[in-house]
Design a protein around this ligand. Sequence first.
Ligand SMILES: [Zn+2]
Length: 130
Amino acid sequence: MIDRGTKSEIESEGFDLGGTLHAVEHTAIAAMPLFALCDRGDMGGLSHTCFPDFGLPAIFLYDGYEGGVGLAKRALEIGTEWLTATLGIIEECPCTGGCPSCVQDAQCGNRNEPLDKEGAKYLLRRWLAE
Ligand SMILES: [Zn+2]
């Protein structure tokens, strides 16, 4: 979940909030197999610019299997390392607007729209700096 301060920071930096969350969601899922024995298809994600229950932007990641195979729990345990790996994938990719090697996901239900690669970098760096 993202607090109001971070939200307005992302917006005032000129990033697309929805695209930023969406890009982080995709790449975080792509980074998960580095830490757990799974395929990126094992994990699902959802991002909201304003989740009604909180009135704040949020990213949700969940086990793709009913009942779960413990991936979400594993994700909590490796938090910082996971975010670092996620940022690494984005930073090391030479593309400019985002490609299937970084923020795009072939299984995306929203046709990879919107995505903001630079915004994702900004948000991950900010989280890791905290
Ligand atoms: Zn790329």
